[in-house]
Each structure stands twice: as C-alpha cells, then as structure tokens.
Design a binder for this molecule. Sequence first.
Ligand SMILES: CC(C)(COP(=O)(O)OP(=O)(O)OC[C@H]1O[C@@H](n2cnc3c(N)ncnc32)[C@H](O[C@H]2O[C@H](COP(=O)(O)OP(=O)(O)OP(=O)(O)O)[C@@H](O)[C@H]2O)[C@@H]1O)[C@@H](O)C(=O)NCCC(=O)NCCS
Ligand SMILES: Nc1ncnc2[nH]cnc12
Length: 314
Amino acid sequence: MPFDGFFRTRRQDVRARSLADMLARTATDALRAEVDLTPKPGLVDRRDNGAHRDMSHALMMASSEALTLGFHDCAVAAMRERDPERLRAELGVHGRESEARMMLATGGINTHRGSIWALGLLVAAAAAEPGRWRASDLLAWVARMAAIDDPALAPLRVSNGQRAVRQYGVAGARGEAERGFCQITNAALPVLRHSRDAGASERVARLNALLALMAVLDDTCVLSRAGRAGLHLVQQQATDILAIGGVGTRGGGCRLAALEQALIGANASPGGSADLLSATLFIDALETAARDKPGGRDRRAPTRKEIRNADVIA
Ligand SMILES: CC(C)(COP(=O)(O)OP(=O)(O)OC[C@H]1O[C@@H](n2cnc3c(N)ncnc32)[C@H](O[C@H]2O[C@H](COP(=O)(O)OP(=O)(O)OP(=O)(O)O)[C@@H](O)[C@H]2O)[C@@H]1O)[C@@H](O)C(=O)NCCC(=O)NCCS
Ligand SMILES: Nc1ncnc2[nH]cnc12
C-alpha cells in the first residue's frame, strides 16, 4: 500500500513515541545509577573521581543527560527501519551525534563513548522487537547488528581501544558486541541476581556485578592506561573479592578499598566494565518490566525510583 506510513494511526504513533521515550529514559537512568554507585574502584562516583583527573560526578551526570536524545533516536530508527544494513548506518549516525553531544556537555572529555555504543545498540534491540526483552534475545540482536560494518566509519580511526586491540590481541568494544557482550549474561546478571537473592542491598549487588565484569572483561581502558599487568591486577583482585563473598563481607569491603588505591596508583580505570554495568542494569530493568506484565505489549517501564534505588549509600 502506497504511503503506508501515512496511514499509521495516531495511536501507533503515540505508542511508538512512548516506547522510544521509555527506552531512552531507562537507558539514561541506568547510566545515572552506575555513576551514583559508590564506592567503585578507580571510577567516578559520589565520593571521588577514581583514576580520572578530567572527570567528576557532575560531569558524568551532565554527560548521561546529554545522551537521552540519541537513545531516543536509536529507538525510533529501529522501529521504522527493517533493513539491517540501512539501520546499522543510521545507528552509526545517531551514535556519532551522541558522541558529539557528549563532548559538548563535557567540554571535550570522553566520558561515555563505550556506553553510547553498548546502550545505543541495546535500546535499538529493545525497540526493534518490543517485548522480546530477555537478555539472550536483546544481546543476540546486538551481536547481529554489531557484525555489520558501519559504512561511514573512518577505517583509519585510531582510538585507544583500537590500539589496545592491535597491541594485545583483545576483542575490544566492537568485538565484544559481536559476541553479544557475553560477560553480561555469563557474569554480571547472574552475580547481580544471586547477590539480591542472598539478601544483599541493591548497592552491594550492583558492586558485586561490577566486580564480576572486572574479573573477566578485557577492558581496553585498563590496557591502554596500565598495560597487561594492569589488566591482570584488575581481573585477579576482582576475582579474589568475589571469591570471599563479595563486597558485602568485612574482608570484601577492605579489599575493595585496597583495589581502589592500587588502581589509582596504576592510573587504571575499568571504564569498560562501568559501561557494561550500565548495560546490565538496562537489561535487568527491561527483563523485570517484561516479567511483571506478561502479555502486555506496552509493558510498564520500571519507575525511575526502582532503577535508581541504589543511589543511597548504605
Ligand atoms: C565501537 C566503538 C566503541 C569504538 O570503539 P574503539 O574500539 O574504537 O575504542 P574506543 O574509541 O577507545 O572506545 C572503546 C570504549 O569502550 C569501552 N570499553 C573498553 N573495553 C571494552 C570492552 N572490552 N567491552 C566493551 N566496552 C569496552 C571504553 O569506554 C569507557 O572508557 C572511556 C573513558 O576512558 P578514558 O581512558 O578515560 O578515555 P579515553 O578518551 O579513551 O582516553 P584519554 O584521552 O582520556 O586518556 C569512555 O569512553 C568510557 O565509556 C572504551 O574507551 C564506538 O565508539 C563506535 O564505533 N562508535 C561509532 C558510532 C556507532 O556506530 N554507534 C552505534 C550504536 S549507537
Ligand atoms: N563511573 C565512571 N567513571 C569513569 N569512567 C566511566 N565510564 C563509564 N562510567 C564511568
């Protein structure tokens, strides 16, 4: 039918806009919740700037808010464009627009490039298949989309991540996306939920999930700053804290403080793990929303309070 878009009912348009708004808000809330989580080792939180001389809590919050529009645009694109190649190109445009808005909001500091990548793809996945919000479904979609080359990407764009990929032979952010960010399904989500089930506070559960990511992720942020020795330090010490029961135990809290000092001393920031923690919280929120309202197509999004309920430092 010609002009089939023209005949979309107002209700469909309203529903499309409301879904895009909800997904964009949920992604932004996940970013804010990650920044607010405290105390994180080597990362910006409510208490200090970790291993980042050029960042602050306020800057990270401003950056998070600046990304909402780009997430919305990724959702709308994924609802409208059914051709994967064309959609990949469009997501690349929205991703770079978001990176530009981030730089404007931060005065040129790269706070969230990795988050724009991971959450932009996840928002698109959730919008492309409304309600199919199991982690495995979302991340399988992400893996397919990430495997498509972005036609506009400058092939010689040399970033810290690309240098680390070449120097250390790791997957990097794009490679991890092509693998469906398996650290989320294999480590972060199980530890987050196991900690909750064991009675841990939401803050402790999220800190344990961050450690679970740090224990297994080949974080190019750490590699570019502190080399393979720095990555080994991060992975080993995060593993050790989880092995004694996580940050909720007396020994775990002390070791977390020691890890923070070691990371600052090594100028090592697990920024990639922070990005994937935001992605984990986003997926957790959508799985919860889908589970709480079976059968409904426009599932209630988790409230801002539900997503950010770990803001309070226990
Ligand atoms: C695919 C892109 C992400 C480009 O990635 P690339 O491989 O080129 O590397 P980078 O540009 O360096 O970005 C990678 C960032 O991703 C995070 N990250 C690191 N390791 C992993 C991992 N194993 N899995 C997932 N994500 C990972 C990390 O981001 C965080 O750290 C940054 C801050 O670190 P910092 O060292 O302080 O800052 P730098 O600027 O790097 O150094 P300084 O100059 O300050 O010293 C910050 O970004 C955090 O988020 C890595 O840095 C993607 O950018 C791309 O191609 N985008 C185009 C648009 C697009 O296609 N979008 C589609 C969806 S919207
Ligand atoms: N809290 C944080 N501190 C430093 N880098 C980050 N990248 C994403 N979240 C971050």
